[in-house]
Design a protein around this ligand. Structure first.
Ligand code: PEP
Length: 245
């Protein structure tokens, strides 16, 4: 039985004061015992703030990226050990904004995935195709390639330590979420590639998930939760999505 997971990706948004309010709202709205697991991902400078405020709640912490380096003279980098030290449970790797704006390639992403596992946290491997890929009928090829690069580096057993997030790039921040059928097709393809090992791996959907689209997506059998960007900045909307899961 795969436990549902909703992760709020705050990206490079917020400041100390707005985060404080959002975290207060979130912990009071998402109070008590729930089947669904919830995690939030503030920008690096605010991880300590969030860790402190979420300490006695059932909301965990997720980092948006990680370095492959362990320590030393790597200015600007943040190691997996540091993120674990801050109390992170999850770390995203391969988000399309990192692949696109920072030219992160397959090998680096696989190395990041491994670094997170070695530090005893859970990587969330983001995969997704562009509009051009979809229009050219290359969605499955692209997703398969992105996934297999990590499987080849870490093995199926290694991949099973993480979570996969299918995030079509054309759906991120556009207000145009994939339909539940489009998402389910890719999720079931991912599960098919992973074989029996894949039965336990959680596969999240990400891309313009909102309270009104969440329920339809979560009704699909291979969609185990969501990676939520824009809507996670509003505690009420985010909690509505968590409740739908
Ligand atoms: C994301 O960037 O991971 C994301 C899913 O963003 P949004 O929900 O805003 O589309």
């Amino acid at each position: 039985m795969r436990r549902r997971l909703i992760v709020g990706n705050w990206k490079m948004c917020g400041d100390f004061r707005t985060n404080q309010k959002r975290l207060e709202d979130l912990s009071s709205l998402w109070f008590g015992v729930h089947q669904t697991e919830v995690s939030v991902s503030p920008a690096y400078p605010y991880l300590a703030q969030a860790a402190g405020m979420l300490e006695n709640t059932n909301i965990s912490l997720c980092a948006q990226d990680v370095s492959t380096r362990e320590n030393g003279a790597f200015t600007g980098e943040v190691s997996a050990a540091m993120l674990a030290d801050m109390g992170c449970r999850y770390v995203m790797v391969g988000h399309s904004e990192r692949r696109h704006y920072h030219n992160e390639g397959y090998d680096l992403i696989a190395e990041k995935f491994q670094a997170v596992c070695e530090a005893k946290m859970i990587p969330i491997l983001c995969l997704g195709e562009t509009t051009a890929d979809r229009e050219a009928d290359r969605t499955f090829d692209v997703i398969g390639r992105q996934l297999l690069k990590v499987v080849n580096a870490c093995g199926l057993e290694g991949l099973a330590k993480g979570v996969v997030a299918y995030e079509p790039i054309w759906a991120i921040g556009t207000g145009r979420a994939a339909t539940p059928e489009q998402a389910q097709d890719v999720h079931s393809y991912i599960r098919e590639i992973l074989g029996p090992e894949g039965e336990q791996i959680r596969i999240l959907y990400g891309g313009s998930v909102k309270p009104d689209t969440a329920e339809g997506l979560f009704a699909k059998k291979d969609i185990d939760g969501a990676l939520v960007g824009g809507a996670s900045l509003d505690a009420r909307d985010f909690v509505a999505i968590c409740r739908a899961a």
